[in-house]
Design a protein around this ligand. Structure first.
Ligand SMILES: [Zn+2]
Ligand SMILES: [Zn+2]
Ligand SMILES: [Zn+2]
Length: 134
């Protein structure tokens, strides 16, 4: 890499913290984690680093039902879907051939091509349900 990069150590810190997170996290949550680890990184830098990682395809990003931008460094690089616990953020990666077929078919029926879609499921995981029920 010959292109000069600013804020490289911050980017690396954000990348490492994201890799350790169990599921999708927002910039604010990740910023808290980094500060607890003694980092002096600023919230704006965390936002920028997360956006850059997502743009580079190194992290998945999505919007929570509350409208917060969430990020995760996913094991799967191809197109996939997520099942996310809104209690603890735990995430499962999903293949959904039913969704792929449905999207292509509905698009074709309306004369659309190059159909793109974002389908992520939010719910409560078994552990969070147990905690809530006790
Ligand atoms: Zn993913
Ligand atoms: Zn949970
Ligand atoms: Zn899909």
């Amino acid at each position: 890499m010959t292109r000069p990069q600013r804020n490289t150590w911050q980017r690396e810190a954000v990348r490492a913290a994201l890799a350790e997170a169990r599921g999708f996290v927002g910039a604010q949550r990740l910023h808290e984690v980094l500060r607890e680890q003694g980092s002096t990184i600023g919230l704006a830098t965390v936002y920028r680093s997360l956006a850059a990682l997502a743009e580079a395809g190194e992290a998945d990003s999505l919007q929570s039902p509350e409208g917060e931008n969430l990020f995760r460094s996913c094991a799967t690089h191809g197109h996939h879907h997520h099942l996310i616990c809104r209690g603890c953020g735990e995430t499962r990666e999903l293949e959904a051939s039913v969704v792929e077929e449905w999207a292509a078919r509905v698009g074709a029926e309306h004369g659309f091509a190059e159909i793109d879609h974002v389908v992520d499921l939010f719910g409560l995981c078994a552990r969070c349900r147990r905690t809530a029920g006790s």
